[in-house]
Design a binder for this molecule. Structure first.
Ligand SMILES: [Zn+2]
Length: 194
């Protein structure tokens, strides 16, 4: 497994609509393994392939990472090596190939979202609070999953990435502009410091 660089806004590749995977092969699994390691390394709970520059409809998630993501950064580094990843665990990693939302609840939920492609920024996004997703799993088998709570929020956030949508696009135009300016400034400052 390899940690790949994560693309950040305003990189235009994040606006790409990702293509369906025709068959889940060893190459697909190698991609998912890399994505998972990249996600763990960045202390994320979800990652879409386009975030590492691959325009395929593939998502990895592990919402049990949540607790870890909230602990201080210094304590995380060691355990993040994620040497032996359980590929089947209920609360462990989840893999979604060609996911489709087949149902959403009318009830909605506001959840403070963040994104590995928008580092250091969080804001509330309103989405359906439950959904059902059909997808192919790590072995290419068809599955359906009922999602609620953080799982529902996270899968919808990741599926937005497959359509070229970043959560900033769901905020007001003004908020989006402010964030993009802050990120551009941080980048300039970082470049100037070198
Ligand atoms: Zn994201």
């Amino acid at each position: 497994m390899t940690i790949r660089p994560i693309i950040e806004v305003p990189d235009k590749r994040l606006k790409t609509v990702s293509q369906p995977v025709t068959e889940v092969t060893d190459d697909t699994r190698a991609l998912m393994n890399d994505m998972l390691e990249t996600m763990y390394d960045a202390n994320g709970i979800g990652l879409a392939a386009i975030q590492i520059g691959v325009a395929s409809r593939v998502i990895v998630m592990d919402i049990s990472q949540r607790a870890q993501a909230d602990s201080p950064p210094e304590e995380k580094a060691e355990e993040d090596a994620a040497e032996d990843i359980d590929l089947t665990g209920e609360t462990g990693p989840r893999f979604f190939v060609n996911p489709e939302i087949v149902w959403v609840s009318e009830e909605t939920n506001n959840y403070q979202e963040g994104c590995l492609s928008v580092p250091g920024f969080y804001d509330d996004v309103e989405r359906p609070s439950q959904c059902r997703v059909a997808f192919l799993d790590y072995d290419g088998a068809a599955q359906e999953l009922e999602c609620d709570g953080l799982l529902a929020t996270c899968i919808q956030h990741e599926m937005d990435h497959l359509e070229g949508i970043v959560f900033l696009d769901r905020l007001s135009r003004l908020k989006r502009q402010i964030v993009l300016k802050k990120i551009a400034k941080a980048e300039r400052d970082a470049a100037g410091a070198k």
